[in-house]
Design a protein around this ligand. Sequence first.
Ligand code: UDP
Length: 412
Amino acid sequence: MANLLDEYAKVAGENVVDHLRQLSAPLAGMKVVHVNSTKLGGGVAEILTKLVPLKRELGIDASWEVITGDADFYSTTKSFHNALQGNHVHISDEHLRHYEETNTENAAKLAPVLEDADIVFIHDPQPAPLLSHFPERKGLWIWRCHIDVSRPHRPVWRYLRSAVAGYDASIFSLAAFAQNLPHVQYLIPPSIDPLSDKNMPLDESEISGVFRKFDVDPDREVMLQVSRFDRFKDPVGVIEAYRLAKKFSPGLQLVLAGGAADDDPEGAVVLDETKAAANEDPDIHILLLPPDAHRTINALQRAADIVVQKSTREGFGLTVAEGMWKGKPVIGGDVGGIRLQIINDHTGFLVSTPEGAALRIRYLLHHRDKLREMGEKARSFVRENFLLTRHLREYLTAMVSLANKAEDRIEL
Ligand code: UDP
C-alpha cells in the first residue's frame, strides 16, 4: 500500500513525501469526493486518475464520481467552456434548463455519496449546479475551475457565478483567473505525474520505434503538438507555423497527435478543419490516438525535436509540462497557464502568432546547443514546480485550512 508514496519519494525527495504525510494526518478517514464529467480525455481526467489513489494512500477516503448527460448537455457545456474562455456565445434558456435538469438527475444519483461527504470537489462548470440540490449538506464544497477564465463572456459568467457563489471555496490555476466571489479562493496550478506511463522514462528503442510506427521519417526534423482537436488549441495555426518554418528547414515534419474527450462534442468538426488545412501534405501526420495511448504520447514527446502548444486560451496546458519534463523547450501560446510554465527564452518561448512560432522553431532547429540547454532548464523547472507531489501538498493545505476555518492557528 505504501509503495506508491515510496516511489514518489525517489523522484521528488523523502522530505516532500514526509510533508504530505504530515499534512494529511488531520484529514485521515475523511470522505472526500471529486466530481467531473469524463473519465477519459483532457487534463482533468488525467489529473484525477493520479490524485485520487494518492489521497487514498495517505489515509483519506477519496473517491471520484462522473456525471453523465446526453449530447445536448455536452454541447451546452462545451458552449460554457467556449464562452468562459472569451467567445461571445449565447446559450438559450432552453439549453440552460436542460443543463440544470441534467444536474438534477445526477444529484439524485449521487446523493448517497455526496450527502455525507466531508469535502466535495466539483470540477469545472458541467457539474457546478449540483450544490443547489444539497441545502442540508454536511461537508465543505469546493468549486475547482480548470479553464482560462481571465476574460469570460460576461452574460455566461454571470449565470455560472450564481451557481458557484454558494460554494465554500473555489480553486483557480492562477491569479489572472481569480474572480469576484463571496468566498475564499485558492490558487493551485495543476501538475504531471512523473511515474505515469505518460511521463516515465522509456527505452531508446521504444522512443525511436514510435516514428516508424506512424511512418514519420526519424532522420528528418519533427515538430509535435499533442492536443484534443479544439479551436483554442489552434491546430490550424500550428500548420501555418509549420509551413513557414519549413521554408528554412525543408525536411521538417509535423505531428498533430490528438483524440477525443467524452465531454467534447466539437472534436470531429475541428479535426475536419485541421485535415482541410493540412491539404494532404505527406509531411503532416494527424494521429488519432485512443484515450489510453499514454506511452505513445510519451515516446512522441521524447522523440520530437520541437514541442509546441500554440493555444489561444489555456487553463494550464498539461502538455506543456509534459514536453518540458522530457527536456524540450516548449514553444507555447502566450496565454493562461502556459505563461506559468514557459519562462520566455529560458524554459521555452511564448508566441502569439504562427509567424512568431515559426521564428522560434527555426531558431531552435539551428541552435541545437541552445535547445539542449533550455530543455534542461525546462525539466528542472517542472521538477521544482509542476509535479504531482507539489499539487497534492497544496490541495491538502487548502483542505486543512478550510476544515479549520474558525481557527487562527492550525497545528500540524
Ligand atoms: N492527451 C491524451 N491524448 C490525446 C490528447 C491529449 O492523452 O489525444 C492528454 C495530454 O497528454 C494531457 C491531457 O490529455 O495529459 C490534456 O491536458 P491539457 O491540460 O493539455 O489540455 P485539456 O485537454 O485539458 O484542455
